[in-house]
Design a protein around this ligand. Structure first.
Ligand code: NAD
Length: 498
């Protein structure tokens, strides 16, 4: 039995340094994907509670110490947050695992390290970026500084709550903003506790507030709130479109990190052992529930038969099971409804003339487990190649040559990341720059360089995360001009008449 008693029975909003407590209202049950049992419930924040959270954030921004601190003071606190996350890693990992079903060792070894590092990274980044100055205009000196933007609405998905939301929190706060975070209603537990830990480490009260609830209620109230200056959103493309419309109507900026259907292109001259490992890890880690999954695998036709056979053999041997066990390779799907949706693509694939290569079924045990799945798609136009399935579901295609690979990869509404495997430098350079995507990985999967921009093109999003890009989003420029010579002014009311 998982240690359900270590999670709160009721998850509420965290506003102005305290949980709001049990006050009735709409509740959402929270199930552990590892066995399908309910372990807690979420108390939904309505529009009034969201309004309260935004007011608290605004007050912290207008009157509180955070935006007025020196960079060094802010850095000290962000570094203490880093250390506090590491110190509470076991507790946070357990809550995250109960919420999501992500493997405990992945959360502990990667997600939490990343969550902590996000704060350290932005602590360092804020002291390294120069402001602009212009002196070309004769007699004047102009400088450009950046102010925090104000109150940020941060909306997170369920597939990696701590790793993804911590990036938003670290970036928004490091540049001096105050914020209201809305986690996914499917995974509400770990983030309020994270924020409590962040405050205990020294972040002033009210700088970060958390509201929990459904997107259509709590999320929408946040996006529509007139006192929210920017929204940083990670989630599905259609939700992103809705939020972008609302924010556009309010003439406020929104950054969108959305879905993907990324092409993983494997040339015959690749190091095929590494390409095979890379293909497996990019579609089956986190049970394929990753925006940057390599879910469309394009293999050059001369090696396709052997490569796909090797992939299928390895996929069938993946140890699927208890996310808390140390030797598990793939855990459950995050919810029953999501597993049903993923498995519905098996019938869709068959109907489209695809061939099931492996998996395609739920596992006969408690919890939301399914077998790692792969299909040979009938064409790139089929739904299994065009829609984001967001599960352990690989769609294979073959290609003739570089032209063909580029054409197939780009025939997609999405453009988040791309993978390319070849030992030929010329192919690597020429093909990679023609793939319509925000990020390319050549001969390596899933690498994240926080200093560099991350984000998508086309329906995969707008804007970028990264040191300079996050600064651009979470601050506003202020241009200040002053004379440095004695510049004569017109003297209205005192001008001599000829
Ligand atoms: P989702 O769009 O259903 O929900 C994301 C968040 O938006 C949740 O907190 C939800 O409650 C909220 N929301 C929903 N409707 C809303 C509304 N009208 N107004 C305000 N908020 C609203 O996405 P999901 O299912 O939680 O996450 C999976 C998706 O996220 C996938 O498409 C995946 O590719 C994407 N994703 C993208 C990235 C990236 O960096 N590009 C990273 C991770 C996940």
């Amino acid at each position: 039995m998982p240690p359900f008693d270590q999670a709160p029975r009721l998850v509420t909003s965290f506003i102005d340094g305290a949980f709001v407590g049990d006050r009735g209202g709409y509740r959402i049950p929270n199930f552990y994907p590892g066995n399908g049992q309910q372990f807690s419930a979420l108390q939904e924040a309505d529009a009034a509670e969201v309004d309260h959270a935004v007011r608290v954030a605004r007050a912290a921004f207008r009157e509180g110490p955070w935006p007025r601190m020196s960079i060094e003071e802010r850095q000290d606190i962000l570094m203490r947050v880093h250390d506090a996350i590491i110190a509470h890693a076991d507790e946070l990992a357990l809550l995250e695992c109960l919420d999501t079903g992500i493997l405990m060792r992945e959360i502990r070894g990667r997600h939490l390290v990343r969550a902590a590092y996000n704060f350290r990274f932005f602590a360092e980044a804020i002291s390294q970026q120069p402001d602009e100055a212009w002196s070309q205009q004769k007699g004047y000196f102009t400088y450009v500084t950046r102010d925090p933007v104000g109150v940020a609405g941060l909306i997170a998905p369920w597939n990696a709550p701590l790793a993804l939301a911590s990036m938003k929190l670290a970036a928004a706060t490091a540049f001096g903003n105050c914020c209201v975070l809305k986690p996914s209603e499917q995974t509400p537990t770990s983030l309020p506790r994270l924020v409590e830990i962040i405050e205990a480490a020294g972040m002033p009260r009210g700088v970060i507030n958390v509201v929990n609830g459904r997107g259509s209620v709590t999320g929408q109230a946040l996006v529509e709130h007139p006192d929210v200056d920017v929204v940083h959103f990670t989630g599905g493309t259609e939700t992103g479109r809705t939020i972008a419309r609302t924010m556009g109507g309010r003439l406020r900026r929104a950054e969108m990190e959305l879905g993907g259907k990324s092409a993983n292109i494997i040339f015959a001259d690749a190091n095929l052992d590494r390409a095979l490992d890379g293909a497996l890890v990019s579609i089956f880690s986190n049970s394929g529930q990753q925006c940057l999954a390599g879910s469309r695998i394009l293999v050059q036709d001369s090696i396709a038969r052997d490569f796909i056979a090797a992939f299928v053999e390895r996929a069938a041997r993946i140890r699927v099971g208890d996310p808390m066990a140390a030797d598990t390779e793939m855990g459950p799907i995050a919810s029953e409804a999501h597993r049903r949706r993923i498995l519905s693509f098996v019938d869709i694939a068959r109907g489209e003339g695809a061939r099931l290569l492996t998996g395609g079924h739920a596992l006969d045990r408690d919890g939301y487990f399914m077998a790692p799945t792969a299909v040979m798609a009938a064409s790139n136009g089929s739904r299994v190649c065009q829609e984001e399935i967001f599960g352990p579901f690989a769609s294979f295609l073959t290609f003739r040559d570089a032209e063909d690979a580029v054409a197939i990869a780009n025939a997609s509404q999405f453009g988040l990341v791309g993978y390319l495997w070849t030992q030929n430098l010329d192919t690597a350079m020429r093909v990679s720059r023609r793939i319509e995507t925000g990020v390319m990985w050549i001969n390596t999967p899933l690498n994240r360089e926080l200093r560099a921009p991350f984000g998508g093109v086309k329906d995969s999003g707008t804007g970028r995360d990264g040191a300079a890009s996050s600064r651009a989003f979470f601050t506003v420029e202020r241009t200040t001009t002053l004379p440095i010579e004695d510049i004569p002014l017109r003297r209205f009311g005192a001008e001599a008449v000829d």
